[in-house]
Design a protein around this ligand. Structure first.
Ligand code: GLN
Length: 228
């Protein structure tokens, strides 16, 4: 007969095991758009992707990824699913973020011409949607980028990245705390603001893991820091 059986709720036991594991879990917003491609790239980088549709899915993640897609639809679903405040809170507390295309739009402070479109207002940029034309004007171009940094003390490293543009937004204006990582002429294509890296193009559609590796390493640091 079993004696002295102390009852620990299952959920608590699972949480304890999860927290002890070495896994770096990255929440990928999975309401619409190219989330599966990001999940695959994150697996390749060494992370465990977690599809996020509700606030409950954000439990125990160490980083966040916002895919491309259609920002108006995603914004509506963010609000409907009650995710807006929790996501903004996690990002403001320093959780590492990689946002691409529509994801960049969702994080921005201002969406020019769409002032009523819900957004997280975590990244001090104003954006112009569809700045490179329509779907059939999509293109890929080797683009010089400054690699995103894991710490602000690192030197700038430049590389060429095969950037894919699909109805891509352009950053029209970036605040003082925002570092520009890539441009096409006068147009800003990629930025970093502390824990956030945001791109107007689609790294998940290439074999190059530069940005997913950055997110993985940054999330690993964040997990170690015990802030999440
Ligand atoms: N044009 C889309 C929007 O404004 C973004 C396109 C994309 O994510 N590829 O939401």
């Amino acid at each position: 007969m079993l004696t002295n059986l102390s009852f620990v709720p299952l959920k608590k036991q699972i949480d304890e095991i999860r927290n002890k594991s070495e896994q770096v879990r990255i929440g990928v917003l999975a309401l619409q758009g190219a989330f599966s491609e990001h999940c695959l790239a994150l697996y390749k980088a060494g992370a465990v992707p977690v599809e996020v549709r509700t606030a409950e899915d954000l439990r125990d993640v160490h980083g966040l990824c916002f895919p491309g897609g259609e920002s108006t639809v995603m914004a509506k679903l963010l609000v409907q699913n009650g995710l807006t405040d929790r996501l903004a809170e996690l990002i403001q507390n320093g959780m590492p973020v990689l946002a691409t295309c529509a994801g960049l739009i969702l994080l921005s402070r201002e969406i020019i011409g769409y002032e009523d479109q819900p957004r997280l207002n975590c990244l001090d940029i104003s954006v112009c949607r569809n700045a490179f034309g329509r779907q059939k004007e999509s293109f890929a171009e080797e683009t010089e980028v400054i690699c995103p940094k894991l710490s602000m003390h690192e030197e700038d490293r430049h590389c060429l990245f095969p950037a894919v543009f699909i109805r891509a937004p352009q950053v029209a204006e970036a605040g003082n705390a925002v570092k520009v990582l890539a441009r096409k002429g006068e147009r800003i294509l990629a930025v970093q603001q502390e824990n956030i890296t945001a791109l107007s193009f689609h790294p998940e559609l290439t074999e190059n893991l530069l940005f997913h590796n950055w997110l993985y390493e940054k999330a690993k640091q964040y997990k170690k820091s015990g802030k999440c």
